[in-house]
Design a protein around this ligand. Structure first.
Ligand SMILES: C[S@@+](CC[C@H](N)C(=O)[O-])C[C@H]1O[C@@H](n2cnc3c(N)ncnc32)[C@H](O)[C@@H]1O
Length: 376
């Protein structure tokens, strides 16, 4: 992985043909990677499919002067005046790339050659202080083979612009040729960060967990509850934010709650999410959870009975005025669950379609009906 601190200095120092050069306010050719002025850099981030609007909202809250130039289902291209190290620290994105160059859309090998030509002509941001690198290619997040000849041409151009050597087995920086179906260009990006390793089977990824937590609008005084905690992914993500209490509940699983980023302790209750006998009525600020989807496990009764009991249980424990609900369900169940939420006294839920490891799912975001009546 690229050292974010090294990448952060990209706006100020650059190297051409091995000679370090300090760029000053004097005239210089502006590259597409920094089209918005010397202080701004461009980045491409990828994230769980379906959450582009939420990710954009998070980027605007977390980084300075964000301007988005491309947004699709699972990627955003944007510029910001925030340094690369801030982008590298965004834990809700799967991958973050600092943009080096961008060329009109063509084949990957055509793009590699066009970028090589551009690199020979002028300095590009994002290539400073690289000692070793390898080049890879992807379209819409899928690894793509790159023609050997085109790859060699691009490697030689990067080597002569940076004096870095090719480390084809890894260990150095990663430069990615990135194509997106809905993007009219192909970009060369230097990878700043990558997705965390997946957890145990059935657990939510850390990135998706963090995005669901962001959807719940975390506040320091929150009592956060995940009544179907499973491996504990949502509780760990919530504990990265200050909270009054973070509580995980599961009737069968053994959640893991240790996390180096924890800022709040996590409590565990072994009880039935459909009753929550230890949780006082109206005491929870947020219920965010991923209940059984009914695909790999069967419900004791019908799916409708299960989700009706769940909705009533969540409605009881949530603060009627300020409570927030974030619920991840299988796409097949979205209507049934939405109907049961309304029946239990939730205001018409907002439905956000997402893909969870390729499975169509829906996030339902709702609050008790009284909260709306109060203007909450
Ligand atoms: C889809 S999994 C949750 C996965 C979790 N989000 C993760 O990242 O690991 C659903 C969990 O609900 C638990 N569960 C099923 N029925 C329950 C019930 N009535 N009360 C509490 N937990 C229950 C299961 O043990 C399982 O761990």
């Amino acid at each position: 992985m690229a050292n974010p601190r090294k990448a952060a200095s990209a706006a100020r120092t650059s190297s051409v043909g091995g000679r370090r050069r300090i760029t000053t306010g004097g005239p210089r050719r502006i590259q597409s990677g920094q089209s918005d002025g010397p202080q701004r850099q461009r980045y491409l981030v990828t994230f769980p499919a379906g959450l582009a609007a939420l990710v954009e909202e998070c980027l605007r809250a977390d980084l300075r002067l964000v301007s988005v130039s491309h947004r699709d289902d699972s990627a955003l291209l944007f510029s910001t005046s925030a340094p690369a190290e801030s982008v590298a620290k965004l834990l809700y994105v799967k991958n973050a790339f600092q943009l080096v160059l961008e060329v009109p859309r063509t084949s990957l090998s055509g793009a590699a050659k066009a970028i090589a030509q551009r690199l020979r002509r002028s300095v590009s941001p994002g290539l400073e202080r690289m000692s070793g690198f390898r080049i890879m290619a992807q379209i819409d997040g899928q690894l793509e083979p790159l023609d050997r000849h085109a790859k060699g041409t691009l490697e030689r151009a990067v080597m002569s612009a940076t004096r870095a050597r090719v480390m084809s087995r890894g260990g150095g920086d990663e430069l990615w040729l990135i194509g997106r179906r809905a993007l009219g260009t192909i970009v060369l990006g230097r990878r700043l960060s990558r997705a965390a390793k997946p957890g145990p089977a059935g657990s939510l990824s850390p990135e998706l967990s963090r995005l669901l937590v962001r959807m719940s609008k975390p506040q320091g005084g929150d009592v956060f509850l995940d009544p179907f905690a499973g491996s504990g992914a949502l509780c760990r993500a919530r504990a990265e934010w200050p909270a009054r209490r973070v509580i995980g509940v599961d009737l069968y699983a053994e959640p893991r709650f240790d996390s180096p980023r924890a800022r709040a302790p996590i409590e565990f209750l072994r009880e039935d999410a459909l009753e929550l006998p230890s949780v006082e009525s109206g005491s929870a600020s947020v219920v965010a959870t991923d209940p059984p989807w009914g695909e790999f496990e069967s419900f004791a009764g019908s799916a409708q009975e299960f989700y009706a009991a769940m909705a009533a249980s969540f409605r009881r424990v949530l603060d009627p005025r300020t409570g927030r609900l974030v619920l991840l369900v299988s796409r097949k169940m979205e209507q049934l669950v939405a109907d049961e939420l309304i029946r239990a006294g939730f205001e018409g839920p907002r439905l956000v379609p997402v893909l969870v490891n390729g499975h169509p799912a829906t996030v339902l975001n709702a609050c008790p009906a009284e909260a709306r009546d109060d203007g909450g």
